[in-house]
Design a binder for this molecule. Structure first.
Ligand code: SF4
Ligand code: SF4
Length: 510
C-alpha cells in the first residue's frame, strides 16, 4: 500500500443557483490577464447544454481521456506516443477559438469621444484577441438557462445519447447547473499527454499544476484532458489551468470559488488513496463498474493500518487527522451521496458531485401532492423532471442505480427533517428505508444544510516550502490599485478575518 493525500472537492448541485459568482471571482483571481480572456478555470454550465468549450464531452471527436486498447491495457484515447508525436505540429483534436468563444469588450471610448451628430454614440463590441470590431455569436455561457433551447441543447453530447422522449421533452421538463473546475484527477491524462513533462501532480496534495518554464506550447494537454480544463494563453504561449488556488490551500484557506460560492455548496477536504491501486481501477473493463473501482482506490483514514501506512509514507499527523474529519470523505462514504463526473474517462476525477433533486419537489407540488412527503418523494424519484438516465450518463457511466440511491437518500432526508423540525415525532422508518439511522440522517442534514465554514472546509496547512506567490504581494497592489502600491498585503491569501498591517487605514487615536 502506497498512501498519498489528495485535496478534493464535492459540489452539491441541489443548491447551485447558477449565479456564476464562482466563475467571476475565479476569473478576477487567475485569468484576468492578456491571452487568457477566453479561459474560465471555473465555469458554470446549464444542463442540458453544450458546455464549455462546445461539446467537450464528445470524446469521439476530441479524443480526451483514456481508453482500453485491444489487449485491455490503459492507453490515451488520443493514441500512443508515436501517433501523438506524428501529430505534434498539426493536431486535429484541438478546440478552436470558435469552440470556446471570441472574447470581447466594448468600445466605451466612443461614448465620450464621438463627434457631435444626430445619432447617439454606441459602444460597439471589439475583439479582445485582435482589437477588431467583433460580431458576437457565442460565449462561454451562451446557452445559460437553456437560452436557445431546442436549437442548441440538442447538440449536448449527453442528451444526444438519450431516448427520444427525453430529447423531445427536456425544454419543458428540466434543467440544472453544473459548475466545473479542473478535476485534479488521480490518473490525469493531461500529465500523460505532455511531451515536455511540464504538467505534474504534486506529491503532497495531488494538485495538478503546469510548470510554465518547461511548457513548450505543444497543447497536447488540451487534447488529453477530456474535461477541457487546460487552456493555452495565446500571448505567453504557455498552458494554464486551475491551480486549486494552491497558495490559499497551503495556508489552510479554501479556494476562491468555494469561499465566494453563494449557495455554500462546495466542500473541500483531504482524502487518502492507495497509489498502487490507481492503474487497476482506471483499467476496469466494465465502464459501469468504474465508479465503484474509483471508490476502492480511496482509503478509510480511521483504519489503523491505513494510518500507519500513511505515516510511513510521510503524511503528517495533522493531515491524517484532517482526512478523518474530511467532509469529502463523509459525503462519498459515510453518506454515500457524492459521485464523480464522467468516470468513464478513466482519469479518476477528484471533484465529486451530489446530483440535484429539487425539481421533484416542485413537480409534486404542481400536481397537487405534498412534495416533501416521503412516500410521494420515493414514488416520484423515477419520474424526476431531471431524468435519472441523464444524471447517470454524467456521473456513473450510465448506471442508474447509484444515482437513484443518492436521490432517495436526499428525498428521505427532506421528509425526515420536515417531520422533526415541524414538531412532529420523527419517523425512524424513513432513514431505515434508505439504509441509514436517524442520527446518521441528522448528521447528513447538518453537513448539507447548515454546516459552518469549518465543517465545509477541512484544510490542513501545507508543510512543503510555501509558494513564492504570496511573497510577491497582491498583484493589484500598484499605483491606483488597492493599497496604492505602498504596502505588501496579499489580498489573494488573506482569510478575510485578520487585519494585516497596511490593509486598512489606521483608526484615529481619538
Ligand atoms: S481535469 Fe485537470 S487533472 Fe484531469 S485531465 Fe483535465 S486538466 Fe488534467
Ligand atoms: S457561486 Fe455557487 S451557487 Fe453560484 S453558480 Fe457558482 S457554484 Fe453555483
Amino acid at each position: 500500500m502506497r498512501v498519498l493525500a489528495q485535496m478534493a472537492m464535492v459540489m452539491n448541485l441541489d443548491k447551485c443557483i447558477g449565479c456564476h459568482t464562482c466563475s467571476v471571482t475565479c476569473k478576477q483571481a487567475w485569468t484576468n490577464r492578456p491571452g487568457a480572456e477566453y479561459a474560465w478555470f471555473n465555469n458554470v454550465e446549464t444542463r442540458p447544454g453544450q458546455g464549455f468549450p462546445r461539446t467537450y464531452e464528445d470524446q469521439g471527436r476530441w479524443r480526451g481521456g483514456w481508453t482500453l486498447n485491444r489487449r485491455g491495457r490503459l492507453t490515451l484515447k488520443a493514441g500512443g506516443r508515436l501517433r501523438r508525436l506524428l501529430r505534434i505540429f498539426a493536431n486535429p483534436r484541438l478546440p478552436a477559438l470558435r469552440d470556446y468563444y471570441e472574447p470581447w469588450t466594448y468600445d466605451y471610448q466612443n461614448l465620450i469621444s464621438a463627434p457631435s451628430g444626430d445619432d447617439i454614440p454606441t459602444a460597439r463590441p471589439v475583439s479582445l484577441t485582435d482589437g477588431e470590431p467583433a460580431t458576437i455569436t457565442w460565449s462561454a455561457n451562451w446557452d445559460d438557462n437553456l437560452g436557445g433551447g431546442p436549437e442548441l441543447a440538442v447538440h449536448d453530447p449527453v442528451l444526444r445519447a438519450m431516448s427520444e422522449r427525453i430529447k423531445l421533452e427536456f425544454a419543458q421538463t428540466f434543467m440544472f447547473y453544473l459548475p466545473r473546475i479542473c478535476e485534479h484527477c488521480l490518473n490525469p491524462s493531461c500529465v500523460a499527454s505532455c511531451p515536455s513533462g511540464a504538467i505534474y501532480k504534486r506529491a503532497e496534495d495531488g494538485i495538478v499544476l503546469v510548470d510554465s518554464n518547461t511548457c513548450r506550447s505543444w497543447r497536447m494537454c488540451v487534447t488529453g484532458c477530456p474535461y477541457k480544463k487546460v487552456f493555452l494563453n495565446h500571448r505567453t504561449g504557455k498552458a494554464e489551468k486551475c491551480t486549486f488556488c494552491f497558495p490559499r490551500i497551503e495556508q489552510g484557506i479554501p479556494t476562491v470559488c468555494a469561499q465566494t460560492c453563494v449557495g455554500r455548496l462546495r466542500y473541500i477536504g483531504v482524502v487518502l488513496y492507495d497509489a498502487d491501486r490507481v492503474l487497476a481501477a482506471a483499467s476496469e473493463p466494465d465502464e459501469r463498474a468504474l465508479f465503484e473501482a474509483q471508490k476502492q482506490v480511496l482509503l478509510d483514514p480511521a483504519d489503523d493500518e491505513v494510518r500507519l501506512a500513511a505515516a510511513r509514507s510521510g503524511i503528517s499527523p495533522d493531515w491524517i487527522e484532517a482526512a478523518q474529519r474530511s467532509p469529502v470523505h463523509k459525503l462519498i462514504f459515510d453518506f454515500g451521496l457524492a459521485l464523480p463526473l464522467h468516470p468513464e474517462y478513466r482519469t479518476l476525477p477528484m471533484v465529486w458531485y451530489i446530483p440535484p433533486l429539487s425539481p421533484v419537489v416542485d413537480a409534486l407540488r404542481d400536481t397537487g401532492f405534498d412534495g416533501e412527503d416521503a412516500a410521494n418523494l420515493f414514488a416520484a424519484v423515477d419520474a424526476l423532471r431531471i431524468p435519472i438516465e441523464y444524471l447517470a450518463s454524467l456521473f456513473t457511466a450510465g448506471d442508474p442505480e447509484p444515482v437513484r440511491n443518492v436521490l432517495c437518500r436526499m428525498a428521505a432526508m427532506r421528509a425526515y427533517m420536515r417531520d422533526t423540525t415541524l414538531g412532529g415525532t420523527a419517523n425512524e422508518s424513513i432513514p431505515v428505508s434508505v439504509g441509514m439511522t436517524g442520527p446518521q440522517m441528522r448528521d447528513m442534514y447538518r453537513l448539507l444544510a447548515i454546516a459552518k465554514a469549518e465543517d465545509r472546509y477541512v484544510i490542513p496547512r501545507g508543510h512543503a516550502e510555501p509558494s513564492d506567490v504570496h511573497d510577491e504581494g497582491c498583484s493589484l497592489d500598484v499605483a491606483g490599485g488597492p493599497g496604492m502600491g505602498s504596502g505588501r498585503v496579499d489580498l489573494f491569501t488573506w482569510d478575510g478575518k485578520s487585519r494585516p498591517a497596511g490593509l486598512f487605514r489606521e483608526r484615529d487615536a481619538t
